[in-house]
Ligand binder design. Sequence first.
Ligand code: NAD
Length: 497
Amino acid sequence: MSGLNGESSRILQNFIGGEYVDSIQTPCKYIPVTTPHTGEVIAQCPISTAEDVEKAVEAAKEAYKSWSARTVKDRVQTLFRFHNLLHTHIDELADLIVLEHGKNKAEAIASIAKGAETVEYATSLPQLIQGKILDVSKGVTCNDTRVPLGVVASIVPFNFPIMVPMWSLPIAIATGNTLILKPSEKVPLTMYRIVSLLKEAGVPDGVVNLVNGTVDAVNAICDHPDIKAVTFVGTSQVANLVMERCHKLGKRVLALGGAKNHLIASPDCNVETTSTDVVNSFSGCAGQRCMAASVLLIIGSQPELLERITDKAMALKSGSKSGEVGPVIDKASLDKITSYIEASEHGGANILVDGRSWTKSHTKGFWIGPTVIFHKNKEDKALHDEIFGPVLSIYQCSSKEEAIEIENNNPYGNAACVYTTTGATAEWFIKRFNAAMCGVNIGVPVPREPFSFGGINRSKFGNFVDITGDGGVEFFTWRRKVTTRWGQENLDPKLKM
Ligand code: NAD
């Protein structure tokens, strides 16, 4: 069977110790990977077990001995080459993302470029992590240097097949750790290709290992005593499970969860830029971004803004070219999104733009068009739950105080943004938002490198701050503090002053 790009339904393996290897269990169980454009099966992903994780840990432990002994300057040479390979293969990689995830080609390319930025950050680590030294009293010096943890692991979601793995992989290995990565079983093809590029770049065997699978592989990673730290990105429910499981072993864990991001349109906002930005934010990547707009709170009546948002959302077309909106990941996601639109409609909300027409007009695949809902009831579930699709919920507030109260009461804390042309209004909201990544006139306020990425509340579990930038360096290392005194007593008498 062939996929969109002639990709055959191939049987995938794991990548352990620098080789593609079958999952150990016999018979090996697989989960079908589908392309969301048509629902067609394009690959079979192994459902790895604890034995596969054990094998990956052994390979990573062996590789750690020599990898951690190399200097950071030496280690990052492989990342310079890998960065180059990411760019020379960007077209091929973007096609894989389009095929298995459904992003349009421009979104896929942008996500690889963003992933490449975290690789760039990691190549600068020799300039950034040289440690500290100080004479703390007469004849006594203290120095503080960073030490890798050992074997670490990353468990990643479906929505960014390369970019999210690149939040952890480059910093984890540049700081001297060896890594086990568990891709999403919904999009395993892209990282499957990436590990071969890492090998081509000179990353030694066993430094990056891929264990494909689902719950069993994740549980085995959390439970393995030789895996010293785990990063997770996915839904809040699983993030919480992963955190609790890792904490039972006292393991270092950073688990990023879901989101419900609020944008606020102040009466003085620029209608043209606000409407363009809001539509791009909620419909880009078919709304499957943890930083996507999902609730727009309009302060007072703003009919012109509503009209421009509606017009721009209605003008969007389905497809995989730049500017078009792709499908959502699978049938379960499509059904979930549809159920929120139906519930809002039954609850009396106005469906200003109805994406359900796309589901009817596509006979295959998982399509739902941009949907704009104008809510009258503050309790509508679509205003509160993470929907993770191209749906914008709009609610009109009577004041900025009401808007901030709604934003503050949501349990997540990834992103929030205000649209205004007044500095004082922007400052008022930024000081009050209950979210860690805030924007002023920016629909997707992702902190770009070297700033680190991470939310608060139910968008982040675990006891570390952020996943990229200096947050990542802190997560993937511990600090060795050495206090030294070389007394004068043993000094060669000839050298004594
Ligand atoms: P998910 O939680 O279903 O899956 C994430 C990973 O966990 C996958 O590798 C999956 O195999 C594994 N998994 C799934 N169920 C599990 C279980 N019961 N036990 C153990 N492991 C399990 O998430 P998803 O649907 O792949 O990704 C979408 C979610 O990720 C959204 O909620 C989105 O907001 C979130 N996300 C958050 C961020 C962030 O920075 N906060 C970034 C990207 C995505």
